[in-house]
Design a protein. Sequence first.
Length: 56
Amino acid sequence: MDIDETTYAEIAEMINSDESPVGIDAKKTHVYIIHKLNQIEKRLVSLEKRMAADAG
């Protein structure tokens, strides 16, 4: 995975859980992933609209 150390540390701190046997909060982790996927989807829709406008 190509991620800088600062970003990695920020994400790790955000999803960390001392109460979890695996060390992360599963709910926070899933919410973060879904949030990022939604951001990607919005960007993709925007790009598709621009490409359609340029092609038409």
